[in-house]
Structures are given as structure tokens and as C-alpha cells.
Write a protein that binds this ligand. Structure first.
Ligand code: COA
Length: 242
């Protein structure tokens, strides 16, 4: 079980500063998740069903939440999809051993009163700590391309836009991937692409570019140049051991 993390957050409506505690949720807290979804889902995330909430909080998942005054103000769920067809790594051509080392960031919601505190980012990092290496080398997530707050947060924890595809309900989504064991990467031919220029973004990704950072008006794409190093060997060993 992860350690509780404490941070200051600003309550948007009246500006007061409060203490938030980030910790892992237990199966008994499903109602808190459902209530927060009712209050803050918006129209850019696919709602999670009661069955999915039970999975997120059950032994196969890890859900971390930020509590303010004992009330859930934000949560992020992480799951391990195994080698089944739901594994997002299938879109990226990951091999069988690599698919075993995939974790998904799934649902994330921050209450509208607590947005702007970077909680998405903090929760994404806490979810990584809640599931540990080497089981979880690759962290994958999708977000609707219009959901810039979410895209910016996934980029800010080091995930790259590795694909742009129509998924689930047919809407275009970014597919993010963070490889925790990847050697250091540099980017060449960097272009700042406006957020709405999805045709250009898809063209770049098709040519091997990756989205790697947000910029004021959009997203920075570049051609990754990866150093080859010991991390790969360590990873191959870890994957073989799975
Ligand atoms: C995506 C989400 C979790 C991000 O929330 P967050 O962690 O508070 O985001 P940040 O702290 O990075 O906020 C960055 C800025 O974007 C703004 N922002 C965040 N979410 C916003 C939204 N849905 N609409 C408009 N602006 C938003 C914040 O107010 C902040 O602006 P500020 O710096 O001027 O205060 C939150 O928008 C949310 O819960 N959305 C609904 C559910 C959802 O779409 N989940 C993602 C599914 S992939």
C-alpha cells in the first residue's frame, strides 16, 4: 500500500488553500468515486460503470484519490490489462512479453472546484507508485484529442503521443505511452502544432514523430532519437522474468 502524500490545493470558488491527501482507495469507497463522476465527468470522458468502478478498486486495479477534508476531490485509476484485446499496447506493436508489462491509466476525474491544481499530474504519478516495476514498464492511456487539460497532464509526466486513433466511440484519441525503462531521448525536427491541427499531427505521428510536450497553443512534436543503453538489457531481463 502506498504512503499518503500531502499537498496544498486551491479551492477555486473562494480561493482558500486547503490540504489534500493522496492515498490509495479501498473497495469500500466505490460510492465516493461514483459521486465524483456525477459531479465532474463532463463530456470528454467515457463514464465508468459500477462494474468498472468495482474492478478499479478491486485486487486487479489501483485507484488513487485526493481527499480534501475527507471528501474525494479527484481520482485516477490504473489497471493491468494482461495480454487480452483491451491492451492498448496492441496498437503499438508491443510483443507478448511487453504486453505483460503494460499498465493503463484509465479513468481520471478532478472535481471542478479543485481543477487547476495539477491534480491529474500528481495522481498519475501516484498511480505509478501504487503499481510497481517490473510488472509495469509501459504506462498507456488514451484521451480525446479535444481534452487538452488531460493531454497536457499526460505529456507532463513524460508520456509521449505514440498514436492518434479513432477508438471506443469513434472519436479521435491520443494514445499516450510512457516507457519507464527507456533510455534518454532527444527530439529532432521539433514542430509546434496547433491543438486543433489533427490532420497534421496524424501525418507527423505516421512519419515517426512523437508528441512530447505541450506549448501555449498546442503540442510539440519531434522525431525521437533514443540512446541505446543498459536500460534495454535490464528491461529484456525483466520482461523475460514475467
Ligand atoms: C482532465 C482533468 C482531470 C484535469 O484536471 P486538473 O488536474 O485540475 O488539470 P490542471 O490542474 O492541469 O489544470 C490546468 C488548467 O486547465 C484548466 N482546466 C482543467 N480542466 C479543465 C476543463 N475540463 N475545462 C476547462 N479548463 C480546465 C484548469 O482550470 C487550469 O487552468 P488554470 O491554470 O487557469 O487554473 C479535469 O479536467 C477533469 O476532471 N475533466 C473531466 C473528466 C475527464 O475529461 N477526464 C480525462 C479523461 S482522459
Amino acid at each position: 500500500m502506498m504512503e499518503t502524500e500531502v499537498l496544498h490545493v486551491r479551492h477555486r470558488p473562494d480561493g482558500r488553500i486547503e490540504l489534500a491527501e493522496i492515498r490509495q482507495l479501498s473497495p469500500g469507497e466505490a460510492e465516493d468515486v461514483a459521486r465524483l463522476q456525477d459531479e465532474g465527468l463532463g463530456d470528454l470522458m467515457f463514464p465508468v460503470t459500477p462494474g468498472q468502478i468495482a474492478d478499479m478498486l478491486g485486487p486487479g486495479g489501483r485507484t488513487v484519490g485526493a481527499f480534501v477534508g475527507g471528501r474525494l476531490a479527484g481520482f485516477m485509476a490504473a489497471t493491468v490489462p494482461g495480454r487480452g484485446e483491451a491492451n492498448l499496447g496492441l496498437h503499438l506493436g508491443l510483443g507478448q512479453a511487453e504486453l505483460n508489462a503494460v499498465a493503463h491509466w484509465t479513468a481520471v476525474i478532478v472535481h471542478p472546484d479543485y481543477r487547476g491544481n495539477g491534480l491529474h499530474r500528481r495522481l498519475a504519478m501516484a498511480a505509478q507508485r501504487a503499481l510497481d516495476l517490473p510488472r509495469t514498464r509501459f504506462w498507456l492511456a488514451t484521451a480525446r484529442c479535444e481534452n487538452l487539460p488531460s493531454a497536457r497532464n499526460f505529456l507532463s509526466v513524460g508520456a509521449e503521443i505514440a498514436a492518434i486513433l479513432a477508438k471506443y466511440d469513434g472519436n479521435l484519441r491520443y494514445l499516450f505511452m510512457l516507457d519507464r525503462l527507456a533510455p534518454p531521448v532527444a527530439y529532432e525536427q521539433v514542430e509546434e502544432v496547433p491543438a486543433g491541427a489533427l490532420d497534421l499531427q496524424r501525418e507527423l505521428v505516421g512519419a515517426g514523430f512523437r508528441g512530447f510536450a505541450s506549448s501555449p497553443g498546442g503540442i510539440r512534436f519531434g522525431l525521437p532519437v533514443r540512446a541505446h543503453g543498459a536500460a534495454n538489457a535490464a528491461l529484456a531481463d525483466a520482461a523475460d522474468a514475467l
